[in-house]
Design a protein around this ligand. Structure first.
Ligand SMILES: [Zn+2]
Length: 185
């Protein structure tokens, strides 16, 4: 009997590891709603619906090329028009999926709130939003991976904004992203 209890306890503990990859748009929509809620809590709100498209990696590449997409990340991209949409690779884990969605949702916010920024602030702030979502859902390992990124824009921008947050709070980071055009080197 005790062995049986131990067995079920182990199953419960391992459930997150076994969670099915995100392969349908309804599941992705739920994660997008969760990312929206978390980011609204730090003052980063996109007050409009955005179309969500879940596709294979090949389909995503073709779509990005044909639409002249400017910023393709490994696992997704944001398109500002015709129609405004977030495109994401199918089959990522739930954590990876919500991270990409938070990142691309932040690019949607930037498209109306602060469209003229350098790459370091654009990508650093999108990574900061990802970081906030990871911390909110208890995915601190993913958050630390972002923080350690050697990329001067993605990693360096994030570290600059985390330092700003530590000194002046999350609201100051959002205000910085709304009003500034670049992060100093
Ligand atoms: Zn990006």
């Amino acid at each position: 009997m005790r062995y049986l209890q131990t067995f079920f306890l182990l199953i419960a503990l391992m459930a997150p590891v076994w969670a099915a990859p995100v392969t349908d748009e309804a599941a992705a929509e739920k994660l997008l709603a969760r990312a929206r809620a978390i980011l609204s809590g730090v003052g980063l709100t996109v007050p409009r619906q955005i179309l969500l498209k879940l596709r294979t990696r090949d389909e995503l590449m073709v779509e990005n090329n044909s639409s002249g997409g400017r910023a393709i990340e490994a696992n997704g991209f944001y398109r500002a028009y015709n129609p405004e949409s977030i495109w994401i690779v199918s089959g990522l884990s739930e954590e990876e999926t919500i991270g990409v969605l938070a990142h691309e949702l932040t690019h949607a916010w930037q498209s109306t709130e602060a469209p003229l920024q350098d790459r370091k602030l654009t990508e650093g702030f999108a990574r900061w939003a990802e970081y906030k979502v990871f911390m909110a859902i208890g995915a601190s390992g993913e958050a630390q991976t972002l923080r350690r990124s050697p990329d001067p824009d993605y990693g360096g921008g994030l570290r600059y904004l985390l330092d700003l947050e530590q000194r002046r709070g999350a609201a100051a980071v959002v205000e910085f992203a709304r009003t500034q055009t670049r992060i100093p080197d």
